[in-house]
Design a protein around this ligand. Structure first.
Ligand SMILES: O=C(O)c1cc(=O)[nH]c(=O)n1[C@@H]1O[C@H](COP(=O)(O)O)[C@@H](O)[C@H]1O
Length: 234
């Protein structure tokens, strides 16, 4: 993979024109784009796919529900032709198995490539004290490892984790388990609301497969220049 191909940029806006502009601007500069709850809820699947065009798409809707509902949602998401989709790993084994199976079966039925199905472990905006508040056993790295192993056992292709756990998960889950890492900040960018962060180059050195890099690119005066600067750093 080239450095460029490793970067997915989240298009976190409710505005379809802004989304289309960003996707067009960044086309060929990065590996793909990620659409999440904000744009999806505001505009729906057809508008999203039309705006994003042919870019590799990470459909980040972090499903978390009973297995039957999650399987249905995964099936429905395939109409957007995603390269990656995700569910919350804390939804448990039966839910993740249902998600993996739905992706496999439905992509065959539709004759489209099967997306990678990822489990979200512990959000990068949470630290040990946030975990304690919701009654989850920390430290965060241990909880991430527990959920990643469960995701792997359930047939998922990989997980979304923070940069702090990349080395730990590479060791625990092996070289073929896909690690997608948000909370990435070049030294010249602000941390914003992210707590467990690392630079792009360090995250790749640790063993990340894909980096999700948002505001350092999308909030820059010149998003293309910011993306190129990161690619050069990689
Ligand atoms: O699943 C994700 O993509 C995700 C998981 C996570 O633990 N933390 C996290 O920040 N994200 C997403 O990654 C993106 C990070 O954006 P920036 O903080 O602007 O780089 C946002 O779209 C988040 O929704």
């Amino acid at each position: 993979m080239t450095p460029k191909e490793r970067i997915f940029v989240p298009i976190d806006t409710p505005d379809i024109k802004r989304a289309a502009d960003l996707a067009r601007m960044l086309s060929g500069e990065v590996g793909g784009v990620k659409i999440g709850k904000e744009l999806f809820t505001a505009q729906g699947p057809d508008a999203v796919r039309n705006a994003i065009g042919g870019e590799p798409l990470f459909v980040d809707l972090k499903f978390h529900d009973i297995p039957n509902t999650v399987a249905g949602a995964i099936r429905a998401s395939l109409h957007m032709r995603p390269f990656m989709v995700n569910v919350h790993a804390s939804g448990g084994k039966a839910m993740m198995q249902a998600a993996a199976e739905a992706a496999r079966e439905s992509s065959e039925d539709l004759g489209v490539p099967r997306p990678l199905v990822l489990g979200v472990t512990v959000l990068t905006s949470m630290d040990d004290s946030d975990l304690a508040d919701v009654g989850q056993k920390g430290p965060a790295a241990e909880q991430v490892k527990r959920l990643a192993l469960l995701a792997q056992e359930s047939g998922l292709d990989g997980v979304v984790c923070s940069s702090r756990e990349i080395a730990l998960l590479r060791k625990a889950c092996g070289p073929d388990f896909t690690l997608v890492v948000p909370g990435i900040r070049p030294l010249w960018a602000s941390a914003d609301d992210q707590k467990r962060i690392m630079t792009p180059a360090d995250a790749i050195k640790e063993g990340a497969d894909y980096l999700v890099i948002g505001r350092p690119i999308t909030a820059a005066d010149d998003p293309v220049a910011a993306a190129r600067r990161i690619v050069a750093e990689l």
